[in-house]
Design a protein around this ligand. Sequence first.
Ligand code: UDP
Length: 379
Amino acid sequence: MKEYDYLIVGSGIFGATFARLKSREGKKCLVIDKRAHLGGNLHCESVEGINVHKYGPHIFHTSSKQVWDFVNSIVEFNRFTNCPLARYKDELYNLPFNMNTFRQMWGVRTPEEARTIIERQKQDALSEMEGKGHTGPENLEEQAKLLVGNDIFEKLIKGYTEKQWGRRCSDLPPFIIKRLPVRLTYDNNYFNDKWQGIPAGGYNRLIDGLLEGVETRTGADFFEDRDYWCGLAETIVFSGKIDEFYGYRFGKLLYRSLRFEEEVWNCPNLQGNAVVNYTDREIPYTRIIEHKHFEMSGNEVYDNPKTVISKEYPSEWTEGMEPYYPVNDEANNSLYARYKNLADREKNVIFGGRLAEYKYYDMAPIVERLLNGEYEKQI
Ligand code: UDP
């Protein structure tokens, strides 16, 4: 008998939720994280009394009542609604693509006027695609033009996407852009989900709540002494990079990384919104996050005379950087499939989360899969 039932490697939303569910079933869990703090990329740090999302903005959103009730049983959520803006040169647009965007882009006022323009541009996109002999959208550029037409593609998608992914839109998979809603209503809510919000008091409360009563160790690197860690538990629950788990034996999977430039400003309200995307190619960052807006609404933002912003710079991942996004193109997906093949044959290892499953997950689907016991089926 080993000391623990589960050794959970990584304390992000996957690891912390796994630990919560299993420890409530009476299993003995140890959660380790190589960073000096828990929470993975959800981790926030208080700067000037403002919770700063150190690893990029996180907004919890779901249509699953089961998931929403579960996270709210850990911590109360506020009513933050994500309504990002897009800045293209001197122009400012609402996102996601909705009647406000179309009015700003073309001066149209009614859904019919907008639909007419989009339909015309879709037809052009279709002819262009067929001209290339493609029967359906084969890449992000074709998909985007089919969804919203060329004008929006050129101003609001192309530059942003090429900065974020470091690849041409014609070399990226179509599914990435399908995350974004397109609406013929004046609705700036970025998500279609029934519920969204930020944990009251910040994400650290969610992680601390999930891990309450669970043994944790920070600054603990699994790969530094793999045998020792594996010797501690019956089952290893791994949420790190799957290629690293297998010593990169088939080669390295590609990831996108991010770098944040944080600034404290001596003014209470710099951009009036949590998220402003910079969609032109010339500006090197993709977005500016003004953190106070996640937790302070209306004129509450003036209660604190200062504000903290982060400029987000995407880059290719290299050793020593944080991996954020899997690059789910064909080459990397098939490389992942080879690692997954090995993973499927493991008797006492469970793989879960963005890095271990090499999948562009949001937070809620991970929680949903865990609540439904999906990961137990792995072993
Ligand atoms: N996107 C875009 N323009 C924007 C925002 C997003 O073209 O102003 C595209 C971009 O390709 C991005 C994808 O939509 O990768 C998905 O965006 P989302 O906001 O879901 O990305 P995340 O919040 O996960 O970074």
